[in-house]
Design a protein around this ligand. Structure first.
Ligand code: IVH
Length: 678
């Protein structure tokens, strides 16, 4: 073999190997090698192609990320039109569909294939000799945009199909989606950067596919599932067979589908997913019902823009229109002023909605929201409804753009919007809204867990001038008589409240630290800090450098902790807490990492008996582990409590180790005894 033949062979072997591992990871969720081993292969391939650019083929895995900037997406014609589906919303509609199908085909019993209707963007993928040649959006169904560089970044889509059993030229159709967690993260980043927010994962996926820089697309982590092949494949005679064939070729096929021998089974499938849709990591808006036999499909054909052999069976809308009565403002414990939509109450997916967050000033400006407008509200996978669109048509002529408040609604001090941020802040530390927020946080279950100190009680205490800092709580007993005279309080509840406050004095130091509400110091960070700096004195005198030397503490956190301990009022609170006898030091845990937890990724599911989820999460994070929301091949352990559901099933399917609460506790206690006190 000549030197150049040897290089070529090595290149081909590397490409094959990486494509194989992509398949194991993205399609089967059964990785055979570690991320590090994968990266090593990838690095070798990149280096090889850099030295010998002629080796670079279009199906090389290096060609997924970022082939520069695309100025315009060429318009391309679809080989066959991309149709859409007729919609139906009720059982009756579905039975009518079945009657039409059965009459046209002249058979009483029709076999259907029921699939999830993924709420994303349709895509067409063309493969020539098994290699991805072109990817296009649906457009108007006849012509779409050629977005090949962006589609290549979707890791689950094969750049080259597996095996040889495929037509020379064929098209595959599917849906590109953004997972809910990726969507939430993207919007958080955009909010922090002051960028316009996406209304939902679908818009976000659509916007991402149209980005000019494919390296940005790659970071957005789009996903895809395919559901149709546009060519005759020998031996494939049904929709279920087509999906099996696609899967064998290495395509991502959604695992949730059902072969239904009658229409009742279709309805049962629809009911099941209507109920369980929120458990999926992506959004669906219904079920697609297809005649399973491809011959049956051909016989039925299409009308206008949709096929007669399939129908979308949609879920009840989680969208509603209502009137925006007013825009009010809420002040958080950190002083952030958040605009709130006050809505004409409207029923949405089972609950009455009368308020929704409007995020920030830019969000209002981008939608040009004004009181009186009709707005669209939407409920996604999360429970919190969002305003996603506004209809300006009913507006009066003299209507003017909404002006964001320039003063704090709670204390009237002037607001400031720091450079580069989207939020306005009230900077008055004594602002009653902030005071209330800080005390509510302090008393909350995951912090000091003070029974009897909820929102309403905090409000009374602050209004009566009985407390203005969290430390004042510990002197409330001196005002017992005043308290007992407060309307609706009474002796019993005052007694309970004071007892609750008293017993909170012995909460652990890390809880106290978290309860203080220092910016960026969540439960996990508090645990890390308390382990390294086990008293107020130690923490208060730590320098930025010393703080940053703590694992998991970055410059942002370090600066925030420093400025807290440089603030005279904050220090006074700390001193007063200490004087009251609140825990002011903990146990040093020089090495608070723990082999069992450190560097591992956990998913918590079901109900734990001894811990809230937040507590378990803080513990895991405190020991150097990570907690994520969904089970994937990267999950190390699933901590399963009582009544664990689909996450447990998924863990089992992926062969991920499941531990129960007892085992979890045994690791925690093992670590507590082995961690030396300094
Ligand atoms: S089959 C002839 N299957 O829904 C149309 N479509 O309104 C064949 N969709 O444009 C489409 N999940 O983007 C089909 N499992 C699924 C689907 C699905 C989502 C989308 C698709 C299509 C739209 C139809």
């Amino acid at each position: 073999m000549s030197a150049s033949e040897a290089l070529r062979a090595r290149h081909a072997a590397l490409v094959d190997e990486i494509l194989h591992h992509d398949f194991q990871y993205y399609i089967l969720a059964e990785p055979e090698i570690s991320d590090e081993q994968y990266d090593t292969l990838m690095r070798e391939l990149v280096a090889l192609e850099e030295q010998h650019p002629d080796l670079r083929s279009s199906d090389s895995p290096t060609q997924r990320v970022g082939g520069g900037i695309t100025r315009d997406f060429p318009t391309v014609s679809h080989d066959t039109p991309m149709l859409s589906l007729a919609n139906s919303y009720s059982e009756q509609d579905i039975r009518d569909f079945h009657r039409r199908v059965s009459e046209s085909l002249g058979i009483a019993e029709v076999e259907y294939h029921a699939e999830l209707k993924l709420d994303g963007v349709a895509i067409s993928l063309r493969y020539a000799d098994g290699v991805l040649e072109r990817a296009a959006t649906r457009g108007d169904g006849i012509q779409g945009d050629d977005i090949t560089p962006n589609a290549r970044t979707i890791r689950a889509l094969p750049l080259r199909v597996r095996g040889k059993h495929h037509p020379a030229l064929f098209e595959v159709r599917g849906e590109v989606v953004m997972y809910k967690e990726d969507f939430a993260r993207l919007n958080e980043e955009r909010e922090a950067a002051g960028d316009k927010l996406f209304a939902n994962p679908r818009n976000s996926a659509a916007g991402t596919l149209k980005l000019q820089d494919s390296s940005v697309v790659s970071r957005r982590n789009l996903r895809s599932f395919v559901y149709a092949v546009g060519a005759d494949v020998a031996g494939v005679e049904t929709q279920s067979g087509a999906l099996q064939w696609l899967r064998d070729c290495g395509f991502p096929v959604n695992p949730h589908h059902a072969l239904c021998t009658d229409i009742d089974a279709v309805i049962a499938f629809w009911r099941h997913w209507e109920e369980h849709r929120d458990e999926l990591p992506y959004e669906i808006d219904g079920v697609v019902v297809k005649v399973n036999s491809l011959r049956g499909q051909r016989e039925l054909g299409s009308v206008a823009k949709s096929p007669r052999w399939a129908i979308a069976f949609k879920f009840a809308s989680r969208q509603a229109n209502t009137v925006l009565r007013d825009i009010t403002f809420q002040v958080g414990r950190m002083g952030t002023v958040t605009p709130v939509a006050e809505l004409e109450p409207v029923l949405l997916a089972g609950s009455t909605i009368s308020r929704a967050t409007l995020h920030n000033e830019d969000f209002i400006r981008d939608l040009d929201l004004r009181p009186g407008d009709v707005v669209t509200i939407e409920k996604g996978g999360d429970v919190i409804p969002k305003v996603t669109a506004a209809d300006h048509s009913a507006r009066k002529e003299n209507s003017t753009p909404f002006a964001f408040t320039s003063v704090c609604p709670a204390c009237l001090s002037a607001l400031r919007r720091p450079e580069g941020l989207a939020a306005w802040f009230c900077e008055n530390q004594r602002c009653p809204a902030q005071v209330r927020g800080r005390i509510e946080h302090f008393a909350s279950r995951t912090a000091m867990d003070i029974e009897g100190l909820g929102e309403a009680v905090v409000d009374v205490l602050v209004r009566q001038g009985l407390v203005s800092t969290v430390a004042d709580l510990y002197w409330l007993h001196e005002h017992r008589e005043t308290l007992e005279r407060v309307e609706r309080f009474g002796k019993r509840s005052v007694q309970k409240l004071l007892e609750g406050i008293e017993s909170s004095k012995s909460r652990s130091f890390e809880r106290v630290l978290y309860a203080l509400g220092i910016r960026f110091v969540g439960q996990g960070v508090a645990a890390l800090l308390a382990g390294r700096f086990p008293s107020f004195d130690a923490l208060g005198s730590a320098t930025i450098e010393e703080l940053e030397a703590t694992d998991g503490v970055g410059p942002r956190i370090a600066r925030s902790v420093r400025s807290f301990f440089e603030d005279a009022e904050a220090l006074a609170v700390v001193r007063k807490l200490r004087d009251a006898g609140v825990t002011s030091h903990g146990t040093a845990r020089t090495v608070r990492t723990h082999d069992f937890f450190s560097g591992k990724t956990f998913v918590i599911t079901g109900t734990l008996i001894g811990y809230t989820r937040d507590e378990a999460k803080a513990l895991i994070e405190g020991f150097g582990g990570k907690v994520t929301g969904s089970v994937s091949a990267k999950t190390s352990f699933v901590l399963a409590g009582e009544a664990a559901g689909s996450k447990l099933d998924k863990a089992r399917a992926l062969g991920i180790r499941v531990i129960d609460e007892d085992e979890f506790v045994s690791h925690i206690t093992a670590s507590e005894t082995s961690a030396d006190t300094a």
